[in-house]
Design a protein around this ligand. Sequence first.
Ligand code: DAH
Length: 344
Amino acid sequence: MKEAIDQLLAQVAALKAANEKEVEEARVRLLGKKGEITKLFEEFRSYSPDLKREFGKKLNELKQAASAKIEELKQCTSAAAEASAPKQDLSMPGTPVQLGSRHPVSIVRQEIVDIFRKFGYDVAEGPEIEDDYHVFEALNFPPNHPARDMQDTFFVSTGHINPLLLRTHTSSVQVRAMETMKLPIRVICPGRVFRNEAISARAHCIFHQVEGLYIDENVTFADLKQAILLFAREMFGADTAIRMRPSYFPFTEPSSEVDVSCNICHGKGCNICKGTGWLEILGCGMVDPNVLEASGIDSKKYSGFAFGMGLERIAMLKWQVNDLRHYFENDLRFLSQFKTATEV
Ligand code: DAH
């Protein structure tokens, strides 16, 4: 037994392996079910207690030495296998991440916000689910007034004095601005609005508006005209002209609709401007004194102007999109075409 153990110890110490397969073979030869060390343990079992005492320790040392050596060889050979494996090129470019693009309505909204920020306007937002007071009543639409027919409404709750509804215009945010902001007020309010309209190329039940409001002492219609002209030139180009047509909104007096000169045909007449040379872009007017007073502003001391425009309409003019439904269908072929001024 002693010689056998010494011989195997020497063998273990000298053990070498070129690869993982050879390590496994050595393990089976020494420690496998029929391995040489396993066989010695079998022989050992039949020994007398005296002999067991003499060889037990040595035999265990042999087994431990063999296991440790096998483990060491395993690690060396697997590290070598890894090192000789084809190397990864860490400088290779990764799988490209496809960047999304901004929605045309978001691009237009940002452009408008940037222009009015330059003019010193703040940005305000208000709730999409509003009450009747902020959408209609405070804006001089009395209950049952026929002007309410201009904006067919989705009611959320009815049957009480101040029902909740999906706001039909962002003019509701002007009311909130007048209630909460300190005078003078210079604010624009971009947001989503809702109307009970059948969906078609020219109408949708969801769309977006930007509302503007300026209230101070001695604000006149000339200030309104100048603000809109500067905006139109920034938005549509320095040679853009504007034209104001008298109109009616319950919350402004006088009221006007504004057209810009057609930037496609430059006034000659084309199918975008339907031969007129002009494109309608917004509604505006001097804030009705009733509206100022409803929000606690002294209409003898203060005056102001307001305007409101549809973002889809502006985007349609900018990119000649001829169907409103494209904006809401999330078709990537449509959406991926739009670039901001800095991306072009
Ligand atoms: N709220 C109007 C609409 O949705 C747009 C509008 C017109 C807003 C005139 C104004 C304004 O502030 O003065 O049709």
